[in-house]
Design a protein around this ligand. Sequence first.
Ligand SMILES: [Zn+2]
Length: 137
Amino acid sequence: MDIFSKRKRSEIMSHVSGSNTKPELIVRSTLHKMGYRFSLYRNDLPGKPDIILPKYKKIIFIHGCFWHGHKNCPRAKRPSTNSKFWEKKLDENITRDEQILKKLEKLGWGVLIIWTCEIKRIEALQKKLVNFIEEME
Ligand SMILES: [Zn+2]
């Protein structure tokens, strides 16, 4: 049995694909309030990053926990029905993400992944963003 109800499952899935989803908007407005300038969707970069900070040579991806396989996250629990299909699909996503990350790092970009489950805690999110952008980690 799927640990999530049908409604919860479709809610989780609806949050994670496509552009201009809410989590992205939250991260963008958080960055904006912190005074950072960024650009969106440069198609010449691997993985079509969600947010790019050219001045700092940094890239931020906002990843849905389910589709991108957030480790140890309850939202990333895989459906037990149709499991072969999901295992394959989600493993492919994770492999693709890893390849994109390597390519970007090779090009000299610093990459941060923000998981959608992290977005609710704005203070922690701000801290994470600053540490990454200013390299205070
Ligand atoms: Zn998560």
